[in-house]
Design a protein around this ligand. Structure first.
Ligand code: PMP
Length: 425
């Protein structure tokens, strides 16, 4: 899926020289652009798709007869748990439907591990001398800043097209008892678009770990976010882990943030029945129940698991042309130049662009001066440290299509200029 930097194409026209690129860049600056490709947010027209929610729920009692207006039901309402259990391939009792943010659930889970320890752990993680996480890179910035906030050490492994470099993961997990867990966005990863294959997932589920309470944070934020009609299925990590004798290893996260409303969706946690009981027990120290009315309106809005899949097709129709446009401009302007490679994801919210080593921060700075906001350099790496200073995350869903075109044209000029400056050094 990712392209190697293309070898210079013999038949391609001579690349523009430094002076030509400088004047192209000055023209760009004079155009006074105000464009933003920084965050993976749904656009307003995507949010409009879910406005049916605004007149729901039509009743306030759930399928089990519970009055959703009242306290209680920390694990979430039965019909929404059942719906997402089917989508995530677990039993309803293996799912919690919670508040509106899965990231907050991840922080809660880490807090509970830190303060109370895991169901299969000997002591709270906070009582360990050192806790280390394996982080596939490039990855999701907020995963890394959350670990940093806890004081958890991070070691990186490469993210490949088929998931994390599983040999590297297995070696780290087997040899060091401080390695307590790892992040993974298994499907259409942020930002590479990689999809973790069944084989890689099987290895992650079964590999021996020095820590008995090793946890796989399986953040399936983009499980249903296909950009093509081929709807890739995520590996069934909970079954694989159970079959391998490690039922408590995976903690599966998902949410409807990029299905319905990014600020008012529903987040889910799935895992072993013991993990779910552990989570709800700890959660009860700070909550008497979630927003069940929001959960009920989501259940009514979707109607069924198929309703979720059908809804995602409407998102695809809006955003796939934006991803096509990113690829078109990159290919037309940078293809064959040897100065960049990029992913062509089949789903998710991002394109990962690699430029000439040592120039990503310069590209981002040039783009900023020209009025195009890009995610800060290094943000897809722990401690903001991209050792090769080459990775740039592009997020094309939020701006209108015409802005995506203009922003990408500007980005390619900056990539070419930074590469030419580097050559001239
Ligand atoms: N995980 C990943 C990989 C994400 O990209 C995002 C959103 N950018 C989130 C989690 C946040 O999810 P939520 O809105 O459910 O907190």
């Amino acid at each position: 899926m990712s392209l190697d930097p293309a070898a210079p194409d013999q038949s391609a026209p001579e690349p523009p020289d430094l002076d030509q690129l400088r004047s192209a860049y000055e023209e760009l600056r004079a155009a006074d652009l105000r464009l933003d490709l920084t965050r993976g947010k749904p656009s307003a027209s995507q949010l409009d798709l879910s406005d049916g929610l605004l007149s729901l729920p039509t009743s306030t009692t759930d399928a089990a007869g519970v009055d959703t207006r009242n306290y209680g039901g920390l694990e979430g309402i039965a019909e929404l748990r059942a719906m997402f259990a089917e989508l995530l391939w677990v039993e309803p009792e293996q799912v919690v439907a919670g508040g509106s943010s899965s990231l907050m659930m991840m922080r809660d889970v880490l807090s509970f591990l830190w303060l109370r320890g895991a169901v299969d752990g000997e002591r709270p993680w906070g009582a360990e001398e050192k806790v280390t996480f394996i982080c596939p890179v490039p990855g999701y910035d907020r995963h890394f800043t959350l670990l940093q906030w806890f004081g958890i050490d991070m070691v990186t492994v490469p993210m490949n097209d088929d998931g994390p470099d599983v040999e590297a993961v297995a070696a780290l997990a087997a040899s060091d008892p401080s390695v307590k867990g790892m992040w993974l966005v298994p499907t259409y990863a942020n930002p590479t678009g990689s999809v973790c294959t069944q084989e890689v997932a099987e290895r992650l589920a079964s590999m021996p770990t020095a820590a008995p309470d090793f946890k796989l944070f399986w953040d399936n934020a983009y499980a249903f976010h296909h950009l093509t009609p081929q709807e890739t299925k995520s590996a069934d990590i909970t079954s694989l882990a159970t079959a391998a004798g490690h039922p408590h290893r995976p903690l599966v996260f998902a949410s409807t943030s990029k299905i319905t409303y990014a600020g008012a969706g529903v987040a889910f946690l799935a895992g072993s029945v013991d993990n779910i009981g552990w989570y709800v027990g700890n959660l009860s120290q700070g909550s008497i129940g979630p927003d069940k009315l929001n959960q009920l309106r989501h259940a009514q809005f979707f109607g069924s698991p198929q309703g979720v899949r059908d809804h995602m097709v409407k998102h695809r129709e809006i955003i796939a042309p934006k991803f096509d446009e990113v690829d078109r401009v990159l290919t037309e302007r940078l293809g064959g130049t040897g100065v960049a490679s990029w992913t062509k994801p089949a789903g998710g919210y991002f394109v990962s662009l690699d430029v000439v080593d040592g120039t990503a921060s310069r590209v981002i700075e040039l783009a900023k001066q020209a009025g195009v906001a890009l995610t800060p350099a290094g943000s897809a790496f722990p401690y903001n440290d991209d050792p090769r200073d080459r990775n740039i995350r592009l997020a094309p869903t939020f701006p209108p299509l015409a802005d995506v075109t203009a922003a990408m044209e500007a980005v390619t000029t900056c990539v070419l200029l930074a590469a030419a400056e580097k050559r001239a050094e």
